[in-house]
Design a protein around this ligand. Structure first.
Ligand code: BGC
Length: 753
């Protein structure tokens, strides 16, 4: 498997390197900052994050109207453990001093760690090879490790390594970009910073408003130091190791860093210290071996083989990053930037359910389940949010949040995106269809479907027999507060229908009693869901033969994107929202995405016309857009176009095409890249009838392949120029649909089509 490798240090790309090479495991994320600190004038965000560890702040408004979100949440930059100062015979190593003779930074996607290899010549001519490794354990989620090896090349003398644990940290801000927090702030206050037992650096901190506690315990292992000192400078704890150095003799130091927070543990201090003691028993190699084993299993289910080395590298990187971003504890989800940066303040959006969840559903259903449990666990908050938004019943998920409260300060493209609730419902439905886990639906899923259906019923209204939904915003944030957004209505329709269906399925299985009493649901109410679904109004334009994005979209002023200067993209940074809302211009796939997810709501001809219409006016200013266009282009058999969109998606972070990877990676796009092959080229859809595939191969490709889990089976899909091969790798015979034709895949059998 390829690694991600760069072989020069470019200060202009420092922020990008920090994000792309971040080290994470779904719990901890550490940006890959230069250990010795950033050079003057170089963009850097020295960040370490714990998924779901947040603080709160008031949202300030000039004019605050009823029901506006009042409290913002932000992921907190926590205790900094990544600082190491290396001094070579009196000269401190830094990339801007002396000469960097060699610089390589490599992330091993199959070994789960990264390594920086630097050959440095000091200003006085002493040369040393410095190798630094970082790992966030995929097995022991609270552990982040670093190791440093210094090998003198041409001198004998003294080497010192000073390692810090810094308690006073603050969050980053960029007031010029709405996608990043506007206010630089220090959210974490140190309660206690001390060395325990002489050599364990221990810092306990608390957030100011959410009152969450974090304990961080750090200890070093170094066999060859001739002297070691541990001392505190305010809230910074320093461990200094001194070595006698000779040419070609390695000096090594490993740093074990454990983080435990009060959302996961009642006694963060003792938990952190005991995890540290336990971890310290094992050398870093042991944790690397565990990573390798863990990743072997992960890749055996998750790897997507594509054609082209560069594309393969992007695909591997994206899927690896998704694994490292996903919360797996039912109280966290996937932040829009994973755990790689502070963009979007560590919030969870619909990105998880629509873009990322499908990947886990097909490759690691247990993780998919945890992501759904997060939504189930915040259902009480969604009920409160529905009330604030004026609903007499039901649940409405907040647009962006950590714990479930609405944190969006701009409701037109925030709270108004009601579709998120339909997206959550869609994920639960897909989970059920792919796993047949009816007990999960009884215990969790049905409640989410029913409560969200209640909200839709309360939001919409009947007019001339049709059920309509007014004043919402669809996925495209360049058209806000519209009536009958096609995407939203499709999502609501599915949600309402399945609230009705799931109770009937549970009833048939004799599992409905509990849910009916718990939610006080009557047959009448169930039928009202079905009626609204059956009569849902889905806009259709007779003249253009397309599904209009919403009731007013086609009446707006046309906009020729070719006439807009290149430097004015993304438009959101250059035009007032009202200007955007008045034009027929899209930030991202909207109806196009609806056609991917709800293809049976329209016929092929309409989908084709819609695609052609919207494609011309879509800016792809959001990274969530290109992949949806790729999937739909595949559906329309235009695999060349699909491949182009897929390449756009593949390049997002590794080539920084949106020019903001410095703020963090784009996780939704990463899930979208996966989908452009699986849902796109292979045409995979999970429907009530079963698993559907319509495999196509781009002309420029020789083949592609992937595995997937479906209803407890493991199935391999291979597509090349001659044939499509489906193999049942695990589990009993199963019926599948290939180009809508039913086939039976039996006992470890291969079927060539
Ligand atoms: C997109 C949203 C997305 C958010 C977080 C915005 O730019 O328009 O659809 O949820 O980014 O990724």
């Amino acid at each position: 498997m390829k690694s991600i490798l760069i072989n020069e240090y470019n200060p202009q790309k420092n922020g990008w390197e920090e994000s792309v090479f971040h080290t994470a495991n779904g719990y901890i994320g550490v940006r890959s900052c230069q250990e010795g600190g950033a050079q003057d004038g170089v963009f850097s965000v020295r960040g370490t994050y714990i998924n779901g560890f947040y603080d709160e702040k008031d949202i300030a408004y000039g004019e605050k109207l009823y029901g506006f979100a009042e409290t913002g949440q932000t992921i907190v930059n926590v205790t900094d453990v990544q600082t190491l100062e290396i001094t070579i015979d009196g000269e401190t190593f830094s990339l801007d001093k002396g000469t960097v003779l060699e610089y390589e930074h490599e992330l091993y996607l199959d070994k789960g760690f990264q390594e920086k290899r630097i050959m440095w010549r000091s200003p006085s001519g002493k040369e040393a090879y410095i190798i630094i490794r970082r790992l966030a354990s995929l097995v022991e989620k609270h552990l982040f490790m670093m190791s440093v090896r210094v090998v003198p090349n041409n001198f004998s003398g003294e080497v010192k390594i000073k390692s810090s644990v810094i308690g006073d940290v603050s969050n980053f801000a960029d007031p010029s970009d709405p996608r990043v927090a506007a206010e630089e702030k220090s959210y974490l206050s140190v309660i206690n910073a001390e060395f325990k037992d002489g050599n364990t650096a221990f810092i306990k901190s608390k957030t100011q408003r959410s009152m969450l506690e974090l304990s961080c315990a750090v200890r070093h292992r170094s066999s060859t130091a001739k002297e070691e000192k541990h001392f505190a400078l305010g809230n910074t704890l320093l461990s200094e190791y001194t070595y006698s150095a000779s040419p070609n003799e390695s000096i090594t130091l490993s740093k074990y860093c454990v983080f435990v927070d009060s959302r996961r543990s009642e006694d963060t201090e003792n938990s952190a210290l005991s995890i540290l003691n336990e971890s310290f028993e094992h050398p870093m190699e042991c944790f690397i071996n565990k990573q390798i084993k863990y990743l072997e299993d992960f890749w055996s289910a998750a790897r997507v083989y594509v054609d082209g080395r560069k594309l393969q590298r992007s695909m591997d990187y994206c899927l690896y990053s998704l694994l490292c971003s996903a919360g797996q504890d039912g109280i966290t989800s996937v932040c829009a930037k994973g755990l790689s940066g502070e963009g979007y303040e560590g919030h969870y959006f619909w990105d998880t359910e629509i873009y990322i969840f499908p990947f886990f559903l097909l490759t690691a259903p247990e993780i998919a389940k945890q992501l759904l449990l997060y939504r189930y666990n915040i259902l009480p908050k969604a009920r409160e949010h529905a009330k604030i938004m004026g609903h007499s019943k039901g649940a409405l998920y907040a647009w962006r949040s950590i714990t479930g409260i609405e944190c969006s300060a701009y409701y037109p493209s925030g709270s108004a995106q009601y579709h998120l609730t339909g997206d959550v419902a869609h994920a639960f439905i897909q989970y059920y269809l792919a796993t047949e886990d009816l007990d999960f639906m009884r215990d969790y899923g049905a409640e989410v479907l029913i409560e969200s259906a209640r909200m839709w019923l309360d939001t919409g209204h009947y007019m001339n027999g049709e059920f309509r939904i007014d004043s919402v915003t669809g996925p495209d944030e360049y058209s806000c507060i519209v009536n009958n957004n096609y995407y939203t209505n499709c999502a609501a329709k599915e949600n309402l229908l399945w609230a009705y269906k799931i109770v009937n399925i549970l009833k048939k299985a004799g599992k409905d009693e509990d849910i009916k009493t718990r939610l006080n649901i009557s047959e009448k109410e169930l039928h009202s869901f079905k009626k609204a679904a059956d009569n849902m109004y889905l806009p259709y334009d007779e003249e253009l033969k397309i599904n209009p994005q919403d009731d007013s979209f086609l009446n707006k002023k046309p906009l020729n994107l070719k006439e807009i200067p290149k430097e004015n993209f993304p438009l959101l940074l250059h035009y007032h929202p009202l200007w955007l809302y008045r034009h027929q211009v899209l930030k991202q796939a909207d109806t196009v995405l609806a056609h991917c997810l709800f293809e049976d709501s329209s016929d092929r001809e309409t989908i084709k016309n819609s695609f052609e219409y919207y494609e011309k006016i879509t800016t792809h200013d959001s990274s969530l857009s290109a992949c949806a266009h790729s999937i739909l282009a595949s559906y329309l058999n235009d695999t060349e176009k699909a491949l182009n969109y897929m390449l756009m998606s593949a390049q997002t972070d590794l080539e920084d095409t949106h020019k903001n990877t410095k703020d963090g990676i784009h996780t939704a796009n990463m899930g979208g890249l996966y989908q452009s092959v699986v849902q796109g080229f292979a045409g995979l859809r999970i429907k009530e009838s079963g698993l559907h595939l319509s495999p196509r191969l781009p002309k420029k490709w020789d083949e592609y392949a992937f595995n997937l889990y479906f209803k407890g089976r493991k199935i391999s899909v291979k597509v090349n120029k001659k044939r499509v091969t489906l193999t049942l790798l695990e589990g009993d015979a199963i019926n599948l649909y290939v180009f809508d034709e039913k086939i039976k895949l039996k006992d470890k059998e291969k079927i060539n089509l």
